[in-house]
Design a protein around this ligand. Structure first.
Ligand code: TYD
Length: 158
């Protein structure tokens, strides 16, 4: 477990040197879980379970059945997503390969480095997606057109 976290952190450092991220860099991270008859407890720490400094936290809730969210890529923003409640899928795409991650436990997080196209779908009723980001909200960081994403990816610009 510890070795795995270290590898994610090493990849984050390598990214600074402009290495293009692929779906292989997306990681499910198992979080600490304290089971307790009074109710369970889990937590996350920046630069530990989350391999970046957290600049922003937001959450997605009350998603109507059949809706999708987040069809875009980030240029710089790394993310970490937890299904705090319920379940949903995150589909990650690097322009060549696509991978689906089913999040359905509150003690797993999904680390998605910047430079990948990602979509969220199949939200269960009352699901709650908690997201941590490595930069403040900046619309200029979004790539919202998939064709443009493919172009940026093939030019090594993202
Ligand atoms: P957006 O990231 O586009 O949602 P999604 O990718 O899931 O479709 O965000 C939706 C709206 O919320 C958008 O108008 C901007 C606003 N927003 C903020 O102001 N700050 C934030 O940190 C986020 C994530 C969104």
């Amino acid at each position: 477990m510890r070795k795995k976290k270290t590898l994610i952190q090493i990849r984050s450092v390598i990214k600074i040197k402009n290495m293009a991220m692929t779906v292989e860099d997306v990681k499910i991270v198992e979080l600490p879980k304290f089971t307790d008859p009074r109710g369970n407890l889990s937590f996350v720490e920046q630069l530990n379970h989350i391999p970046f400094e957290i600049k922003r936290t937001y959450w997605i809730y009350d998603v109507p059945g059949g809706e999708n969210r987040g069809g875009h890529a980030f240029r710089k923003n790394d993310e970490f997503i937890v299904a705090l409640s319920g379940a949903f899928d995150v589909i990650v795409d690097d322009g060549k390969e696509r991978k689906r991650f089913a999040l359905n436990r509150s003690y797993y997080g999904l680390y998605i480095p910047a430079g990948l196209w990602r979509t969220m779908e199949n939200f269960s009723t009352n699901s709650l997606a908690l997201e941590f980001g490595s930069i403040h909200y900046d619309r200029a960081d979004y790539v919202e057109d998939y064709v443009q994403f493919l172009k940026l990816k093939s030019n090594g610009e993202i």
